[in-house]
Each structure stands twice: as C-alpha cells, then as structure tokens.
Design a protein. Structure first.
Lengths: 163, 446
C-alpha cells in the first residue's frame, strides 16, 4: 500500500466520521422538543382525536407547506379505508395555519392544506362529493402558545364528520 | 347626506399665508408646535340649554378638549396647559392680547364661542398667529346639537389643514374587528368608532366569525368576510340600514375583499382546489371577472387610487411577495425583493407608496415602499403586527399588534396602533375590547 493510498483511506474514514457526527447532532436538535417534532412537523399525539380505532383525525404540516409527510399519508390512507367502510359518512376537511403569518394569506394556506388532504383521500377512492373543504386560517388554533411546538400542532388539516 | 347635516360657511376669508406659521409634516416632528386652545366661550343661556340636551356641563370646554386631543395625538402640535392661560375664554369677541400668549410661548391660538340658536348648535372659531399678531382663519358651523363631537373634529381638520397645508384626518371613523375570549375560541364582532375611539358601536353579534372589514370610498358601506353558516364568504353591509348581503357566493371560499376606488366593484380572492386567484365583482350588474390565473396563492389585492393598477401578494416565486399589475391582470411585476416574506400591500391614497407587512427572522414589520418597490422603509418592528390601513391624507397608518403568550399560552392580547409615515408618533388606540383588522374611513365632511 502506498502512502498516498493510506492517506486517501484515512481521509475517507475521517469524512465518514464527520458525516455521521453531523447526523447525530441533527438528530439531537430534532428530538429536542421531547420527540414531538421532526423538522418542524408535529409528530406527537397530544391533540389528535380518532374517527375510529386506529384512524387519527388530523395531519400536520411544515411551516408554509402543504406537502403531506409519510406519516400524514398513512393517516389519510387509514381515513380513506374507514370512509370506504362507512359510505354514509361525509366529512369536512378543516385546514389551519399557525399564527406566524398574515391573516389573508393564512386563509389561503389553510385551504391549500385541506385540499392536499382531500386530493389524497380522492386517490384512495373517496368521492369529492363526500368531502367539503373549510379553511380557518389562523383563527382556530388548538394550542394558544407562542412557541415552535404550539405552532406545529396548529399547522394541520382535521377531518371532521359532517353527518 | 352627511354634508347636509353640517352646513359649513365661511364668515371671513382667510388671510394670505405668507409669513405666517407653517408646520412641516414630511419629517418626524420632534418639536411639535406649541399652541393654545382656549375653551370656547359660551353664554349662560346657551350653556343651560346644552346641559339639558347633551348632559354636558359646558359644551364649549368639551369641544375645545376634542380639538386639543386631536392636535396632540397628531404629534405635530403641543397644546399648552390651560392653567397657564392668562386670558379668559371670553376673548372670542375681541382681538387677543398677543403679548399674554407670547409669554406662555404659544405660537398659535384658537379661540371661539358656542351659541344655542333655534335648537341648533352654532360654533364659531378663529385661529391666530401669535408672533405675527394676525388672524389666520375664521369659520362658523351650525348643526344639530348631537353632532358636537364632529364639530370638534372638523375644527381640528381645518386647523391641521391651515397649518400644514394638507387635509386632516380627524372627522373620520375606524371599522375594526372586536375580539373577546380565549385565543382558541375567539369571538369576533364588527365594530365601528370615531377615529378618537368615541361612539363605539358593535355591528354584528358575534354568532359567527367575521374578519377584514373595509370601507367603501363614501364610508357608508363595508365589505368583509363572514363565516355565516360555516361558509366563508365576502359580504356587504350598509352601515346606516344594517342590511347585509353575500357578494362572493362562489363554490369555494371568497375572502380578502376591498372596494375599487370608484366604489363600483369589489376585488377579492376566491380559493378553490388549493389555488387562490383574484376576482372582481361589479356591484351594479354582478358581472364577475377573473383577474389572476396562477396555481399559486394570490391574495390581499388593493387598487391604486386611480383604479389603473392592483397590488397583491402571491407565493408564485415560492414565497409570499408583493406584486403590481394592471387592473385587467396584465403586466404582472414583482416589486418586493428584500429579505423575508412580504404581505398585505395597501396602496396609499396619495398614490405614491404601498404599505405592507414584512416577516423576517421571526419579527413582523410595518413598512412602506414606492410602487416600483424602491425606497423600502420599515416603520415599526414587533413580535406580531400586520394589516396597515392608511389615514385619508396618507400620513398615518393604523394596524393591529398581537402579544406573544407565555409558556402556558396565557397573556394574549390584540390592540390597534397607529404610526406616522415618518416612523415617529407610535400610539395605541383605545378600544373597549381587544381589536384587529382596522380600516380607516375617508373624511366624512370636506
């Protein structure tokens, strides 16, 4: 083994260590708020209610986003399965935003979030006739706190039985 | 109609302005002009009549207090303490002894008198330049006695205009959203009050959520968002008759309404399938026009005073920014390029500036920029504040500010504030309840 090869390998190992330690620090930050947030998306269950056993009623979003996370898609698939078993039930999807945005933009953002959930339910066979979208913007927070955890609980789309 | 209630006539032609006092309102006024508002004199018979009618012991003093408060709150004037006055109010009929007013360092003096004449309130007032020893203005009003507060506001407007060269903003009203209850279940009502907080009145009962009321140019109608029957829609309310009607009954949410400068159209956003676009509705023929067509969120539209342009905010670039377009939706240009997010653009009544809310690094700012986006100036920074609305003369902005709650989620409040375009003279406006979403009327008389 030439010296240059040894050096190269050492460098590779060093880089790998750096990457790993970077990952470790990141994880520490994410688990900082008692493991209730990933990135800035709420992953806890404090505020979650259930439409039926194993069917959570809400999904959560990152700041200014309406993209569904893996966990959100799982929740919505459970909702879709439950809705297929209960064809007589219609739902309202209530979209919400946190308090850190202007009122009118947040109304639009809540609508966009609820529609994100609606689109996903529709791809799992739920007719749009059974779904109404209602945005509350930042008007109806579940947590009145002014902190990142409270805001993450408030960025949500909640599926509510309409009948 | 309002103009008919108050008949205003000039009894003396104002002197030419040269050489007399002037107040420069284009810069932060750190040395407000000292002036004296002498209580309006009143004869005993008139005083007794008004005491019976208005339950005010001395209506002359009451009116002068309104004038004094308005001028003080403008930040441009410093009304001197009445205790220092060397001359009694009965100087209304005489030429003042200017030396006496000069001695207490008053540069301007306001005198006047009140009479009861045939069930009416007659008010006469004069504005004097103390240093020059000259009369600058003299006016008289006759009106129904119940209008006494408005007389005080109109006198304030006339003095402001004579001394600054620009129209005042005191004979105006504010429509806003009154808020009560816990943050998670706020009860919101439409409310209206005089610019100084007097005559507060609730216009809805709080049964449904209401947001973002805005006056029409005549200040007789209001457009707002109501969640009546859990359907967020744009409504129209006639303030005098209380009649309400839905104007944005589209198959989705309509929101963010404002009137066009001629009052004939309402411009608003319509949200459907995750997209929000801007529409107008002609109130005469109910014709609806789609102005923007983009998969992004386009909202908070506001017309330029000539009606030729519209400013709005959109996240079509990925983040919320301010845009300007022609009123037919063509020629869309982004104008905000600073760091952070920009929203709630409102075109100044003078046409030269756009006021906005900016969010940057966890702080909210109220600021102004020119209509091409240049000359951005931030006026005030706080934890949360938004929704500026212009005074009719384009010199003052009113907005609302919310407090941060503590770790238990307690201590929330929302209040109305005003600030001068110069960035000085920030003040909280008292309201009987918490308050948000203010909209300033035009001048009710002029």
């Amino acid at each position: 083994m030439t010296l240059s090869k040894i050096l190269k390998n050492t460098l590779l190992v060093l880089t790998a260590c750096l990457v790993l330690s970077a990952c470790a620090t990141k994880k520490e930050v994410a688990t900082d708020i008692q493991g209730q947030m990933q990135g800035d998306v709420y992953t806890g269950t404090d505020t979650v209610e259930y439409l039926a056993e194993g069917v959570p009623d809400r999904v959560f979003f990152a700041t200014n986003e309406s993209i569904l996370t893996t966990a959100s898609r799982e929740t919505l698939r459970a909702q879709a399965a439950w809705l297929r078993k209960n064809p007589g039930i219609n739902v309202v999807l209530e979209g919400h935003a946190d308090e850190r945005g202007t009122r009118e933009y947040n109304l639009a953002l809540g609508e966009r979030r609820a529609n994100s959930a609606k689109d996903y339910l529709m791809t799992y066979g739920i007719s749009s006739d059974r779904i109404t979208v209602l945005s509350y913007g930042k008007e109806r927070p579940v947590d009145s706190g002014s902190n990142p955890l409270a805001w993450s609980k408030n960025r949500r789309s909640v599926t509510v039985k309409a009948n | 109609m309002i103009r008919k209630i108050i008949s205003l006539f000039l009894i003396l032609i104002p002197f030419n302005a040269y050489g007399l006092i002037e107040v420069d309102i284009t810069r932060g006024n750190l040395n407000p002009l000292p002036l004296a508002v002498s209580p309006l004199s009143i004869d005993e018979k008139s005083r007794k009549e008004f005491e019976k009618l208005l339950k005010k012991e001395n209506i002359g003093s009451e009116i002068s207090i309104i004038v004094e408060n308005n001028l003080r709150i403008s930040g441009l004037f410093n009304p001197l303490d009445k205790k220092a006055f060397l001359q009694a109010p009965d100087i209304a009929n005489l030429k003042p002894r200017f030396e006496d007013w000069n001695l207490i360092k008053a540069q301007a003096l306001i005198t006047g008198k009140v009479n009861y004449i045939e069930d009416k309130l007659r008010v006469e007032f004069r504005l004097w330049d103390v240093l020059a020893g000259k009369e600058m203005m003299a006016l008289a009003f006759t009106t129904v006695p119940n209008n006494w507060r408005r007389v005080g506001h109109i006198i304030s407007d006339k003095i402001y205009e004579r001394l600054t060269g620009e129209k005042g903003y005191f004979d105006t009203r504010i429509i806003y959203v009154s808020e009560e209850g816990p943050k998670t279940q706020r009860i919101k009502k439409l409310a209206i009050m005089d610019q100084d907080g007097a005559n507060n009145k609730f216009l809805t009962l709080g049964n449904e959520l209401v947001l973002t009321p805005r006056f029409n140019p005549a200040s007789q109608m209001v457009t707002y968002l109501s969640y009546f029957k859990n359907m967020p829609r744009v409504y129209l309310l006639d303030i005098e008759t209380g009649t309400q009607e839905v104007v944005g009954d589209f198959p989705g949410m309509t929101f963010a309404p404002r009137f066009s400068p001629d009052g004939k159209k309402i411009i608003m956003s319509f949200a459907k399938d995750g997209k929000s676009d801007i529409y107008t509705m002609n109130l005469e023929n109910r014709i609806v026009e789609k102005i923007t067509n983009h998969p992004s969120i386009d909202t908070s539209p506001s017309y330029s005073p000539d009606g030729k342009f519209i400013t709005f905010n959109s996240d079509r670039s990925g983040y919320q920014q301010i845009y300007v377009m022609r009123s037919d939706g063509s020629d869309v240009k982004r104008i905000s390029f600073g760091n952070g997010l920009y929203g709630t653009p409102v075109w100044s009544p003078r046409g030269d500036l756009i006021a906005f809310t900016k969010l940057h690094k966890g702080k909210f700012y109220i600021g102004v920029m020119r209509t091409d986006g240049s000359g951005e100036r931030l006026l005030t920074e706080n934890y949360y504040q938004e929704a500026p609305s212009w005074s009719p003369n384009g010199r003052v902005l009113i907005f609302y500010r919310e407090t941060k709650t503590n770790s238990k989620g307690e201590g929330f409040s929302a209040k109305l504030w005003s600030i001068d375009l110069t960035g000085y003279n920030e003040r909280q406006i008292n309201t009987p309840t918490d308050a948000s979403d203010p909209s300033w009327s035009s001048l009710l008389s002029n």
